[in-house]
Structure formats: C-alpha cells, structure tokens
Design a protein around this ligand. Structure first.
Ligand code: ADP
Ligand code: MG
Length: 240
C-alpha cells in the first residue's frame, strides 16, 4: 500500500528525515512513536505530499509517485489525513464540512454527497450534530468530524498525526474508539500517537523514530516491553 525507500528531507541545513525505509501493507495499522522533533509529522506530510521529499522514493499502491509529473491532488485523495488540531472550516456546519471535498474537489452530485456524508456522521456517532457549527462541539466531537471528513474522499490509507494530543483526557477514548472501528473494518492506517494502550491493542506494527531515523520496528507487544535498541528503551522509560 505504501512503500518508502531511502527517503530524505531537509529544511535548509536541518536534515529531518534520514534514509527512511517503511513498508505498510493493506489493512496494516502502524503506530509511529518518537520524541518531539524526531520527524514524525514530516514523514506523514511527505506521504501525503504536503511536503516534498528531497530524495528517495515513495510508492502508493505500487506506483512510484513523482512530485514533478504526478497530479498530487489525485494522489492526496487516496491518502486521508487527520491532524492534531482538527482544521475544520469554522464557517461551515458539520455536514457541510464533511460534504466540502467530495462536492468541490471530486465534483460529485450533491444528493449523493449528502447521503454519504450523513452515513459517515452516523458512523462516527454525530448524526445529531449535522447542522451545528464546529465552535459548538467538544474537541472529541470535532476530531470525529475531521475523521468523517477525511473518509468522505474514500481514501485507501488514513494518516493520523497525534489525533488525541489536543484533547482533554476524558475525550480521548471516543476518538480512539472511532479509530479502532476503522482499523477493524480493514482501513490501512499510519498513526502518530503517544497512546500506548491504543498502539498495543490495535497496531500491527510499532515504529520508533529518533532524530530523523527509524531506529526500531516491531510488534507493539515486543517493542514496548522488550525493545532491542537502547534508544527505544530510553524513550519508552521516559514516556511510560
Ligand atoms: P515531530 O512530529 O516528530 O515532532 P517534525 O516532523 O514536526 O517532528 O519536525 C522535525 C524537525 O523538523 C523539527 O526540528 C522541526 O522544527 C523541523 N521542521 C518541521 N517542519 C519544518 C518546516 N516547515 N520548516 C523548517 N523546519 C521544520
Ligand atoms: Mg509532530
């Protein structure tokens, strides 16, 4: 589904991603962990072509994506993204937020888009909030709208960048439940998260990044309880 080889990315003199190799198979859930500044967000943004790699290759569904020749908007439709800070349109209702991209980017008929948006809101448990503006929602509800909005484009892969980090603790569970349901339906997911419980329960693979490199990859049970690398162990000691 995703295959990254020798990916490198710098911002000026700052070498942020160093020879990243990563393979994500269909229906895999991969949790990405690592200290702040280790390059996790930049890696996700490269996978969604919000940032352009300097070198290396990125294949999405076996096709190598060249940022100069491919229609990146078309590629981005296959790769949904959910951010820490929701990024909802404040002047649009919940339903309009979910309808926006299929209507204006994919130019699908409004009746169909509305029906599908309503189904997605039902799926994330927010049917009763269709006509409400985001400012009236809790953080957990906003994030579930953001997930529905990303799903509205029918992506093949979903990327989550610390989706629960901005939430009050009591609202984290509802978002993780929605993500878990998505995983159980077979969605391919890459999730940057510090929620070790979620990672242990849902992830097929955990990936530990340090200073722009992937240091260790393993099943969550093994990586969290018996890391092979000293740096992974030190990181886990600092967060658990
Ligand atoms: P993480 O998500 O693991 O905290 P990031 O990928 O956000 O790490 O950042 C990795 C490094 O790249 C940090 O040092 C950060 O300051 C730097 N960085 C990220 N985005 C930019 C940017 N657009 N311009 C310059 N530096 C950036
Ligand atoms: Mg980040």
């Amino acid at each position: 589904m995703v295959e990254v080889n020798k990916l490198n990315k710098s911002f000026g003199d700052l070498h942020v991603l160093k020879d990243i190799d990563l393979t994500v198979k269909e229906s895999d859930v991969v949790c990405l962990i690592g200290a702040s500044g280790s390059g996790k967000s930049t890696l996700l943004r490269c996978l969604n072509f919000l940032e352009m790699k300097d070198s290396g290759s990125i294949k999405i569904e076996s096709e190598e994506i060249d940022q100069h020749t491919h229609d990146l908007n078309a590629v981005r439709q296959k790769v949904g993204m959910v951010f820490q800070h929701f990024h909802l349109f404040p002047h649009k209702t919940v339903l309009e937020n979910v309808m926006e991209a299929p209507l204006h980017v994919k130019k699908q008929p409004k009746v169909q888009v509305k029906k599908e948006a309503q189904e997605l809101l039902k799926k994330v448990g927010l049917s009763d909030k269709e006509n409400v503006y985001p400012s009236k929602l809790s953080g957990g509800q906003k994030q579930r709208v953001a997930i529905a909005r990303a799903l509205a484009m029918k992506p093949d892969i979903m990327l989550f960048d610390e989706p629960t980090s901005a939430l009050d603790p009591e609202l984290v569970g509802e978002v993780l439940t929605t993500m878990k349901e998505l995983a159980e339906e077979g969605m391919t997911m890459v999730v940057v998260t510090h929620e070790m419980g979620f990672a242990k329960e849902v992830a097929d693979w955990a990936v530990y990044m340090h200073d722009g490199r992937i240091v260790e990859v393993g099943h969550p049970d093994e990586l969290f309880t018996a890391p092979k690398e000293e740096r992974t162990k030190n990181f886990l000691d600092s967060v658990l």
